[in-house]
Design a protein around this ligand. Structure first.
Ligand SMILES: *[C@@H]1O[C@H](CO)[C@@H](O)[C@H](O)[C@H]1NC(C)=O
Ligand SMILES: *[C@@H]1O[C@H](CO)[C@@H](O)[C@H](O)[C@H]1NC(C)=O
Length: 632
């Protein structure tokens, strides 16, 4: 090769590399979030030989009856199609407005879907992501790709979503209108599904409902097919603005993938607040940019750490699914491991009683640990922590300050040991002052602006006489977690506080798995079945105004949970909770019997969660799902 040719070849190769680089870069930046979208495939192996179908379902008095298939020429109906067309709704949670559903189905292909976003600004961009998530949940229904070779009933399936109010904020707020309308029509060979909403979040819920009117019929054609209801109208809006689910990632670490599954289940059930209880006395798994010492000394291992990028990406993953993320670093108690580096850095003891024994004297469960309220450096560190949490979550309307289970004995014995000058005859005052100082630092971390809603776990401090002295009812919402019969909730309401209900006897999903240590009572037994979760309606049972409740939250503490049983602890019970919060259906409070329709719909929703990649626990024997109404 001559010198000139070599140079030319090099220029060509360099040029090609440049274009490839630009192309790849453009691909990446034009869909930055695409990598976040989970795609769950559920395609059964077609190489495995299977028996011919043996059951057909027949709609009799709005109930699908299972029958054995006999003879060759009967028209057989799958359970999914029978369930959809048999006059009962398959939607979960049940819409709160009027609903009409058609009684015929149309066969279609996913490739016929066309999406149109009628919105402006960021809402429009977000809708593009919502379409990808919607398209993914339809894909998750497909059991055999060969269905694309069969005929369909339609030409196009147009999904048109309009966000009418030009709301510049695309962050969920307590006053966000999450309502929507949905219509499905069949005209000139096209299916037209229209979602109308006044916010991105309402629009997203409408798409979620639309996805629940689409199903896989395994008896259609030779390999099965997708179907959509021919005609529907739905009007819907939630009963409460705060429909939360809490996961603790400190007792046991949960991978980001497993937390994504939590968010997928939440969005399918229209829950809208992911409360991430990220740290506790056992470990501190989140790497905070301004205070990396917490994770460096407090995580279980270098692998069991959430990086800032992972947290931000998860927050976005949630936001597109209609969920806000609230990051909680519980203080002053439930803080020990991760807080021991003060002396080495000349900051003094940031936490006291860390890993102290006998633990039962100084905390509710081992290991102990509580921040040192007399050390001014603690508040400087907290301000940095708060600045990072606000930045990572992007959340400035709601903040969770913790405040769970402070043990005054821990502080008392520390002051005694260190001969520190403690001027408080009642240590509740010290606790109250700590809370005031933490709140002031939170405001400073938020650029001097007050966070309008700060949540605190219910405690002695949130009871009379301390509550009115230390907690401003215009800012503080108390997350009431004691038993629902305790006086906490009604007293708080009487004193003018907003309550977030998380009563331990109904909405603690970790309970009922026996004790994990030798000493201490198993205060949390028994297991709360989904019916208990569903029936809990504290505003009604305690005769309080619904308006006194910001909403409710199911809690999953994870002493006995890791990412392998996370799904089954949460689902389908968190979905039962979701219908209580979204629909708040009325019930007969003398018998508390649950209607057959609820069992049927929840078992369908449970299947839906499975197709989206979750692993919920069984509700009952499969026979009961196949024979609606027969197990009640
Ligand atoms: C929906 O998903 C299918 C299957 O992955 C894909 O072929 C199609 O392009 C997607 N449609 C849209 C509009 O994104
Ligand atoms: C306690 O009170 C004394 C006298 O008022 C004061 O000098 C001291 O700084 C106070 N100590 C603490 C820990 O607040």
């Amino acid at each position: 090769m001559k010198q000139g040719e070599l140079r030319r070849a090099l220029i060509v190769v360099t040029g090609l590399c440049f274009f490839l680089f630009v192309y790849l870069y453009w691909q990446q930046s034009s869909r930055p979030l695409h990598a976040l979208i989970l795609t769950y495939r559920h395609v059964y192996s077609s190489t495995r030989e299977s028996l011919p179908p043996q059951w057909t379902w027949q709609c009799v008095n709005q109930r699908c009856e299972r029958h054995q298939i006999t003879g060759g020429n009967v028209k057989i109906t799958s359970q999914s199609t029978c369930g959809m067309l048999c006059g009962t709704m398959q939607l979960w949670p049940l819409p709160t407005g009027p609903v009409t559903l058609g009684s015929k189905a149309l066969v279609f292909h996913q490739s016929q879907l066309q999406f149109e976003a009628v919105a402006s600004g960021e809402a429009k961009e977000m809708l593009e992501e919502a379409f990808v998530a919607f398209n993914d949940s339809i894909l998750s229904l497909v059991r055999d790709d060969n269905y694309l070779n069969e005929k369909t009933d339609i030409l196009r399936f147009v999904v048109r979503v309009s966000v009418t109010r030009n709301d510049p904020t695309t962050r969920l707020k307590l006053n966000t209108d999450e309502g929507y309308t949905l219509t499905v029509k069949f005209k000139n060979g096209d299916v037209l599904a229209e979602v109308g909403a006044r916010s991105y979040f309402g629009a997203r819920h409408g798409l979620e409902t639309l996805s629940q009117l689409i199903w896989w019929d395994e008896y259609e054609g030779s390999v099965g097919s997708l179907k959509v209801l021919k005609g529907a109208t739905v009007q819907d809006a939630p009963a409460f603005p705060y429909r939360g689910l809490m996961v603790d990632t400190a007792r046991n670490f949960m991978s980001i993938e497993s937390l994504k599954r939590v968010l997928v289940g939440m969005s399918a059930s229209k829950l809208n607040v992911f409360h991430w209880h990220l740290s506790d006395s056992q470990s501190f798994p989140m790497l905070l940019p301004s205070v990396p010492q917490l994770a460096k000394t407090g995580s279980y291992s270098p692998q069991e750490v959430y990086t800032p990028d992972e947290v931000k990406a998860l927050v976005e993953f949630a936001r597109y699914r209609g969920i806000r993320t609230i990051l909680e670093v519980d203080v002053p108690a439930h803080a020990g491991n991760g807080w021991t580096w003060g002396p080495q850095e000349g900051l003094g003891e940031l936490a006291v009683c860390v890993n102290e024994r006998p633990w039962s004297l100084y905390c509710g469960e081992p290991p102990c640990g509580q921040l040192n309220p007399e050390n001014p450096n603690v508040y400087d560190v907290l301000e940095k922590v708060y600045r990072d949490l606000l930045d990572l979550s992007g959340e400035r309307e709601i903040f969770h300050l913790g405040g769970d289970e402070v043990n005054l004995e821990c502080w008392a014995q520390h002051f005694q040991k260190s001969n520190a000058n403690n001027n408080h005859s009642d240590l509740h005052d010290l606790w109250g002052e700590f809370t005031g100082k933490a709140l002031a630092r939170l405001q400073k971390a938020n650029g001097g602006f007050k966070i309008p809603n700060v949540i605190i776990w219910s405690s002695k401090l949130s009871k009379r006489p301390y509550v009115t002295k230390y907690l401003d009812k215009n800012q503080i919402t108390v997350q009431s977690w004691g038993a629902s019969q305790w006086t906490d909730t009604p007293e708080l309401v009487a004193d003018g506080y907003k309550v977030l209900a998380s009563h331990v006897d109904a909405w603690y999903l970790d309970c009922g798995f026996g004790r994990w240590r030798e000493t201490g009572e198993a205060a949390c037994d028994p297991y709360r079945p989904w019916q208990t979760v569903y029936n809990h309606q504290p505003w009604h049972q305690l005769r309080l105004s619904k308006k006194s409740f910001l909403g409710g939250e199911v809690c999953l503490w994870t002493e006995q949970v890791n990412e392998w049983n996370l799904d089954s602890r949460l689902w389908p019970r968190a979905a039962a909770f979701a219908e209580r919060m979204w629909t708040d259906p009325s019930q007969d409070t003398t018998t508390y019997s649950i209607h057959e329709d609820v069992y049927t719909r929840l078992s369908v929703h449970r299947e839906r969660l499975i197709s989206r990649g979750l692993k919920p626990e069984a509700m009952w024997p499969t026979w009961c799902s196949q024979n609606p109404g027969m197990c009640l």
